[in-house]
Design a protein around this ligand. Structure first.
Ligand code: ITT
Length: 189
């Protein structure tokens, strides 16, 4: 069994990461820790900085940073998603989108450190912003995000359905495939 330490303050993320990595034979240990997030313009810069703050943790370490990007708002809230949600919740988004295009996407960038090397994995899911919040599953912006082709929000479906297509699942699955390949190579070497 391979082991990875996932570092995040967010229990919702930890649950999803654990469920997504299980099929790859990867066991996830969650450490709840606030990692410094610089004022950066990209998720890639943010995850690299988060990962640097986990140097004291031995073994493979995984962190991620995610955001909700709304192109008609210039990509906002994007890298400011956590900050914005904490202060404003959903209402300003509904107001701003009354006369604008409601298309949006979630993006995750996951960063994995194995030994001295760092690997980045990205995942996106596209959709639209709902007219009102719906559902109590998931966390964060899930109640206002309707994936393309769906008639309900991420907040209205059980975790397995979100994990089948979500930005986080897509990024973390890539990390899982990478770990599984690496493990297979080291066993046959
Ligand atoms: P960390 O400790 O891992 O940083 P966080 O919750 O602060 O946890 P981020 O910095 O990545 O996470 O902030 C992303 C924001 O976007 C935050 O408000 C989340 O609630 C929200 N978010 C991220 N992934 C989401 C998802 O899958 N569904 C809904 N909202 C999400």
């Amino acid at each position: 069994m391979r082991r990875v330490t996932f570092v995040s303050t967010n229990p919702g993320k930890a649950r999803e990461v654990r469920a997504v990595l299980r099929p790859y034979g990867v066991e996830v240990r969650w450490i709840r820790r606030t990692l410094p997030e610089p004022q950066a313009e990209t998720l890639e810069e943010v995850v690299r900085s988060k990962l640097r703050a986990t140097r004291d943790i031995p073994g493979p370490v995984l962190v991620e940073d995610s955001g909700l990007f709304i192109p008609s708002l210039g990509g906002f809230p994007g890298v400011y998603s956590a900050h914005f949600l904490r202060i404003w919740k959903f209402r300003p988004i509904f107001e701003l989108l009354e006369r604008r295009n409601r298309r949006a996407y979630f993006r995750t960038v996951a960063a994995l450190r194995v030994g001295r090397r760092t690997y980045l994995f990205r995942g996106d899911v596209h959709g639209t912003i709902a007219r009102r919040a719906a559902g109590s599953h998931g966390f964060g912006y899930d109640p206002i995000f309707i994936p393309t082709g769906w008639d309900r929000t991420f907040g209205q479906v059980p975790a397995e359905r979100k994990n089948a297509i979500s930005h986080r699942a897509r990024a973390v699955r890539r990390a899982g495939e990478f770990l599984a390949r690496r493990h297979a190579r080291s066993r046959t070497a």
